[in-house]
Design a protein around this ligand. Sequence first.
Ligand code: ATP
Ligand code: MG
Length: 288
Amino acid sequence: MRIRKAARVILIGAPGVGKGTQSERLLGRFPQLAHLSSGDLLRHNVKTRTPLGIKVESTIKNGGLVPDDLILRLIRNELSTRGWLTHNGRPPIMTLASAGLSSGADAESAADSDAGVAAFLSQQSTPSPTDSTSASSSATGLSSDPSASFLLDGFPRTAGQAAQLDAIVPINLVVSLKTPFSVILARIGGRWVHEPSGRVYNETFNAPKVPGRDDVTGEPLVRRADDSEAVYRARFEKFEETSAPLLDHYARQGVLWEVEGMSSDEITPKLMAEFERRFCTGAEKEDC
Ligand code: ATP
Ligand code: MG
C-alpha cells in the first residue's frame, strides 16, 4: 500500500506493549516506511562493543534511561545517515552500523571518557561546516518525499527528548499504545527476539514456526537481558514517570492519537485504519 504523504510517526507505549510488533506489521503493509528503534540501536552498540555501547550497557541492564544527550546524538546521526534528513543539501555518507572504533581495547578506553564517546559519535555523522552535533542545527533540512517516511520506536522517551526532536524533524503522528500492565507483565516472560533484525516473537500469541528459531533466517532467538520481572518493573516505573509529560507535549501539538487493546492483534487493525486515513488518502482505494 502506497503512502501519499510523508509519514513521520512515533510509537509510544509501556515496555513490552508491542511497539516492535506493530512496527513490523506496519512495515509489512507500507513498504515505503522505514523503522528505527532506539532500543535495537543501543543493543547493537552494546553487542558490537562500541564506546557508546560500553558506556550505556549497565544502564540498560538495570532498566534505567540512557542520558538524553547521548541518545539524541545517536538518533540524529541515524536519521541523517538513513537520508531522512539532509545536511546543506548533501546526502549523508556513513551508516551507524558500518563504523565502530577499530579494536575492543580502543573502544573500552574511549568509553571511559565522555570525549571518547563524543568522538565515536561524531565519527559517524556527516561532517557539517557549521555544526555536527547540536540538535537544533539550522544546517539540517527535512526531506519531504513520501519515501522519507519513518517510524520511531522507543524515541523520544522524555519531554526533553521530544523538544529536541522538534528542532530536527516535525513529527506528524504520535501513536500511544495502551494495554493494561497486568496483561503486559504476564506476557513479557514469553518474549523472544531475533537480535540482528529486531523481530519479536511470543510463545503464547506470536510463536515462531520452529521453536527458538527466527522465521525468516532460521537463526537462533534469544531472551533480552532486561526482560526479567524485576528489571521489567523498573522499566515500567520509568515509563510511568516520563510518559505523561511526553504525551502532553504531543497532545499540545495536536498530533497525539491513542489506541487501546488487550493484545497486539486487537490493536493492529485500528492502527492500520488510522494510518491509511492519514497518509494514504487522496488515492484510489486499490492504489492505497
Ligand atoms: P519494548 O522494546 O518491550 O517496547 P522498552 O521500550 O523498555 O521495551 P527498548 O525501547 O528496547 O525497550 O529500550 C531498551 C532500553 O534502552 C531502555 O530500557 C533504556 O535503557 C534504553 N533506551 C531506549 N531508548 C531510549 C531513549 N529514548 N532514551 C533513553 N534510554 C533509552
Ligand atoms: Mg522495543
